[in-house]
Design a protein around this ligand. Structure first.
Ligand code: C2O
Ligand code: CU
Ligand code: CU
Length: 432
């Protein structure tokens, strides 16, 4: 769905009965499909969504990764839309919003993992930005779920709630192992979104390297050739794909070790240890000459400061001894955990004191990764999901340059978020 005259008006009905993996199921979708419609907007547009709740439990809507106001009827995670009810969102995309790949999903605390696992996801594309001479531009919105014989989504077990549920079916745009047809001279842009409730994807295309051009929707300063892409739940990567030649290649997700059990053994059962096929790339036809691509894309600069506050946030939970918490506290919607003055720049060190990885996510404002315990992240990149490894840490710089209001930060393993691994942030006006 594309905005016209600066406005995109859309009704999204969240309800059961989506077609999934080639079957008529009791999975959930928006307007009958999972994923729901792709929302295409331009910087400066107004997104108006009437969300209708046809489920038997509360829901709401979050525009993940958009740098928009979290207040009122904008991207406000504290909204509750009761069963049978509806809510009118109005979300203004700032005129200077970067072009890129984002997504939407429910955010009603306690129901988020269930609702995403059941199929309630959709892509958002902010259009504009540098013209890339690509032959195709595809969204690959990856989700996972488990269906029983009658096509109902299987509920999570208590162990799933602790480990983070992973479905038996890994789907691309609601399809099980679709075929992507390409010509040998194609250069395609793939917008890969990890819309899984709790599964980390380590994406790889047999026989190819993937040229990453954007991370979490934001262009990288220079393209980076990757053997594989690690995408935490909620994370995105835009890549350019150039076929190595005619043939059939599997796009797969390799197992990703999220943590250690006692004694240092990798956690998880046999199901987690297997590589899953996401899609098959079928390259046929005659080779021609592929278009040349620009070497450099514009990227936002890391603000140098002054830094008005440095904070440390400690993530705990995951092995049954403690609940899921941030700084020892579980989520309370009516408590302000962090108060920030509008216009300030802060450094947050997110320390993972637990034996499992937790993807840290902040709404509305983007974070620059300054340093991290594992690996060298690309510098100068704005992210919205940062995978903090078991017993590791990440140092983030966050410019709170615009928008006042309250919102949340949380672990994007949504089983953890629903168990309380979420805090609130209130950004207040300079003189307020
Ligand atoms: Cu996709 Cu609160 O996040
Ligand atoms: Cu979000
Ligand atoms: Cu977590």
């Amino acid at each position: 769905l594309t905005g016209r005259g600066g406005v995109l008006d859309v009704q999204l009905v969240a309800g059961p009965g989506a077609w999934l993996a080639g079957r008529d199921t009791r999975a959930w979708g928006y307007n009958g499909t999972s994923p729901g419609p792709t929302l295409r907007l331009r910087p400066g547009d107004l997104l108006r969504v009437r969300l209708v709740n046809a489920l038997d439990q509360p829901t709401n809507l979050h525009t993940h990764g958009l740098h928009v106001s979290p207040a009122g009827n904008s991207d406000n995670p504290f909204v509750t839309v009761a069963p049978g009810g509806s809510f009118d969102y109005a979300i203004r995309i700032p005129a200077d919003h970067p072009a890129g790949t984002f997504w939407y999903h429910p955010h009603h605390h306690g129901n988020v993992a269930d609702q995403i696992f059941a199929g309630l996801v959709g892509a958002i594309v902010i259009e504009g930005g540098p013209e890339l001479p690509v032959t195709d531009d595809r969204i690959l919105l990856v989700t996972d779920t488990t269906l029983d014989g009658s096509g109902s989504v299987v509920p999570a077990s208590p162990a799933d709630n602790v480990l983070g549920r992973e479905g038996d079916l890994v789907l691309v745009n609601g399809q099980h192992r679709p075929t992507i047809a390409m010509s040998p001279s194609a250069v395609e842009r793939w917008r890969v979104v990890n819309g899984c409730a709790s599964r980390v994807l380590s994406v790889r295309l047999d026989g190819h390297r993937l040229t990453q051009i954007a991370l979490d929707g934001i262009p990288l300063p220079a393209p980076v050739d990757q053997d594989h892409l690690v995408l935490a739940p909620g994370g995105r990567a835009d890549v350019l794909v150039r076929p190595a030649g005619a043939g059939t290649y599997a796009l797969v997700a390799d197992p990703y070790p999220r943590g250690m059990a006692m004694g240092g053994r990798a956690m998880g059962g046999a199901r987690r240890a297997a590589t899953v096929v996401l899609a098959t790339v079928s390259v046929t036809g005659r080779a021609g000459s592929a278009p040349l691509l620009p070497a450099i894309l514009p990227a936002p600069a890391v603000p140098s400061g002054p830094v008005s506050a440095s904070r440390e946030l400690t993530l705990t939970g995951g092995m049954g001894m403690m609940g899921f918490a941030i700084d020892g506290r579980t989520f309370r919607p009516d408590r302000d955990d962090i108060t920030v003055r509008l216009g300030s720049v802060e450094d947050w060190t997110v320390v993972n004191a637990s034996p499992v990885a937790h993807p840290f996510h902040l709404h509305a404002w983007r974070v620059h990764v300054l340093a991290a315990s594992a690996g060298a992240p690309p510098t100068g990149v704005l992210q919205d999901v940062v995978l903090v490894p078991a017993r590791g840490w990440a140092r983030l710089r966050i410019p709170f340059t615009d928008f006042v209001g309250r919102t949340v930060f949380h672990c994007h393993i949504l089983d953890h978020e629903d168990r309380g691994m979420m805090g609130t942030i209130n950004v207040v006006a300079e003189n307020g």
